[in-house]
Design a protein around this ligand. Structure first.
Ligand code: ATP
Ligand code: MG
Length: 621
């Protein structure tokens, strides 16, 4: 057993759930859900909630606001991915919009596959993504395993009401006897006496029966056309320790039995899930209705409690599917285990961990999820839309810096020997408050090798013999010649600069207009002040837009060239930046200082490229 509970206790409130439900732990919510700030039409879930609120369907909270309570219920059997991000943003976003609360609940009903490492990462990723101050009320972190005792009591109640029975069929036999369309399922134990089922269920709990020898099944309808309702298994025997409850239990609730009860206990009003659970909705309703059967005024159906339990409303939406992306946790785990990526946080992974390490800001994920909306139609979203959301967010925030990946030396022949000019480098043209910093310019600089051509086609607006270009924030330079090695390779470009263009602007004539125009602006780095480092240039992890669609095996579409790590010359400001700092390298894209970085040898991940204007120009001919 893992040291789970102790570790949690240090950063989470106590686990007496119902008490915690009413305590807002994270900042006061925005109690003004007025439509004033809305910029888009409501999605279908928001319409449902508006109607519910108008009818006061779920009552009001202590401030008189209609109750809205959502949750994100991951199984802690892997790291979260961008699909989960969609669900987290949707649920926390609804809580925010309607002044409600949002819970994180671990669906930890399966003792076999769950690990503390995943639990910790999920809590951290949810915090990061929702940022804890985005205006919703954080209801808390909850554990399905804290409800095991309550779930057991409900199960006993169902047996007493003749709505559940102990079945001796093995899992194999249950599935063999499942029937087919028009042919009912069978179980010889269905009409077992209530008293006998009660005794056997207690024995199951006491550990008197081996794994798989018995199960508790709901007594619904063996002939139902909805197979989910053909007496589904509620409990199975599993002699296995659980990360939270240790050896207390050797029977564990099935997901379908547990899920609705968890939502009920937490007072979830809108239980939002993906479309594949649509068929399960009648089952979840049946479970809650069965618990409530005979409860209420004048009831008292021989149970511990005669009060009806809360009955949440389930709403299904279409899951996020992205081109060039696989989201199944099982598949992602295999990529990690087989060493095809460096870990769950490999920057090429669609995991929140991977995206974070790559430099994707939480705000970009949130705006992407908002932008694609919520529907009930399965669809495939172009991953390019996600990349655009990342660009849009970073464009506003990322400080600019220089990086040259494939350096070609340039000597400014008319530059006075030994002098250095301190130029003003605009940190972020999108954000005047970011200001400027000084960058040294000197006789020897580097430009990108691909920015020079000795024999240039007509529309090549970069550096070429006789051609003038702007060096960003510095000067205009004109190429006057090249130096070559014995093999004829260009090893140096010679150029002259125009002192009247300091700052990168053309001088103005008497009419106030620029006296000359250049079409190309190049990035550069001074030979006198730079750091050598490494940059990781990523391509998509898969080379097919729908991985696996050709051969049925997603691995067949893994892109062998998805990682290209190369040397680079970096602006000195980059060398001084700690891991987790982002930059826009002029013309190359957005980059993020990696955890592998040291001040001697910075390592940066390219988060996303900028739009490539040269590719556009050459495509246009
Ligand atoms: P996977 O299928 O990728 O292994 P999962 O559904 O098994 O994931 P859970 O831990 O059960 O993982 O998911 C927690 C929540 O995240 C569920 O409510 C589920 O509906 C939601 N979710 C999972 N994948 C997506 C997706 N692609 N788009 C939207 N929501 C998702
Ligand atoms: Mg699932």
């Amino acid at each position: 057993m893992k040291a789970g509970r102790e570790a949690r206790a240090t950063f989470l409130p106590p686990l007496d759930t119902m008490a915690r439900m009413s305590e807002p732990t994270i900042p006061p919510h925005n109690s003004d859900p007025s439509p004033a700030g809305r910029v888009r039409a409501l999605n279908f879930i928001e319409h449902i909630i508006e109607d519910d609120n108008a009818a006061r369907k779920w009552g009001v909270d202590d401030q008189g606001n209609p109750k809205v309570h959502t949750r994100f219920p991951p199984e802690p059997n892997g790291y979260l991915h961008i699909g989960h991000a969609k669900s987290i943003c949707l649920n926390s976003g609804l809580a925010k919009r309607f002044g409600g609360a949002f819970n994180l609940r671990f669906d930890d009903t399966n003792p076999a596959k769950e690990e503390q490492e995943y639990v910790d990462a999920i809590i951290d990723d949810v915090r990061w993504l929702t940022n804890d101050h985005q205006g919703y009320r954080f209801g808390g972190v909850f554990w399905a395993s804290d409800y095991f005792e309550q779930m057991y009591a409900w199960a006993v109640e169902l047996i007493r009401k003749g709505r559940a029975y102990v079945c001796d069929l093995s899992a194999d036999e249950v599935s063999k006897r499942r029937g087919s369309v028009g042919v009912p399922a069978t179980s010889p134990f269905r009409d077992r006496a209530t008293e006998e089922s009660l005794r056997l269920f207690a024995e199951m709990r006491e550990g008197k029966h081996p794994n798989g020898s018995k199960s508790l099944r709901a007594k619904i309808d063996l002939a139902s056309p909805n197979f989910v309702l053909r007496d589904p298994v509620m409990y199975r025997i599993l002699h296995e320790a659980h990360h939270n409850t240790g050896n207390k239990w050797c029977i564990y609730p099935m997901y379908d039995w547990a899920h609705g009860g968890e939502d009920s206990l937490e007072g979830i009003t809108h239980s939002i899930c993906t479309l594949e659970f649509r068929n399960n909705r009648p089952l979840y309703d049946w479970f809650i209705d069965s618990i409530n059967l005979g409860r209420g005024p004048g009831g008292g159906a021989g149970s511990e409690s005669s009060t009806p339990i809360h009955h949440p409303q389930q709403i299904e939406f279409a899951r996020l599917n992205l081109t060039y992306t696989v989201m199944s946790k099982r598949f992602l785990l295999a990529l990690v285990k087989e060493g095809r990526v460096s870990g769950w946080d490999d920057p090429r992974m669609p995991t929140i961990r991977g995206l974070r390490r790559r430099g994707v800001p939480a705000a970009a994920l949130r705006s992407f999820c908002e932008e694609i909306g919520v529907t009930t139609q399965e669809s495939m979203i172009d991953v390019g839309r996600f990349e655009n959301a990342v660009r849009d967010t970073l464009n506003k925030t990322a400080p600019r810096a220089m990086c040259v990946i494939d350096p070609l030396p340039v000597t400014i022949t008319n530059w006075p020997e030994g002098t250095v000019d301190e130029l003003d480098f605009v940190i972020n043209p999108e954000d005047a408050s970011a200001g400027v910093r000084k960058v040294p310019f000197s006789k020897e600089i580097f430009i990108e090798r691909e920015d020079f051509m000795e024999v240039a086609p007509k529309k090549f607006f970069r550096l070429a013999p006789g051609q003038e270009v702007r060096l960003r924030w510095a000067y205009f330079i004109t190429c006057t010649g090249v130096e070559k090695d014995a093999a004829g390779n260009i090893i140096r470009v010679l150029a002259t600069y125009d002192p009247a263009t300091r700052g990168g602007d053309s001088p103005k004539g008497p009419d106030g207009l620029p006296t000359k125009k250049v079409k190309g602006t190049l990035h550069w780095i001074s030979a006198a002040a730079h750091t050598k480092g490494r940059v990781r240039l990523f391509d998509r992890l898969f080379s097919a837009s729908e991985p696996g669609s050709r051969t049925g095996n997603q691995l067949d579409d893994l892109n062998p060239n998805s990682l290209n790590e190369v040397d680079a010359l970096l602006d000195s400001v980059v060398a001084a930046a700690p891991a987790g700092t982002g930059f826009q390298f002029e013309r190359l894209g957005y980059f993020y200082v990696d955890t592998d970085s040291t001040s001697e040898r910075p390592v940066l991940n390219r988060t996303v490229t900028l739009k490539d204007t040269w590719a556009k120009v050459s495509a246009a001919g």
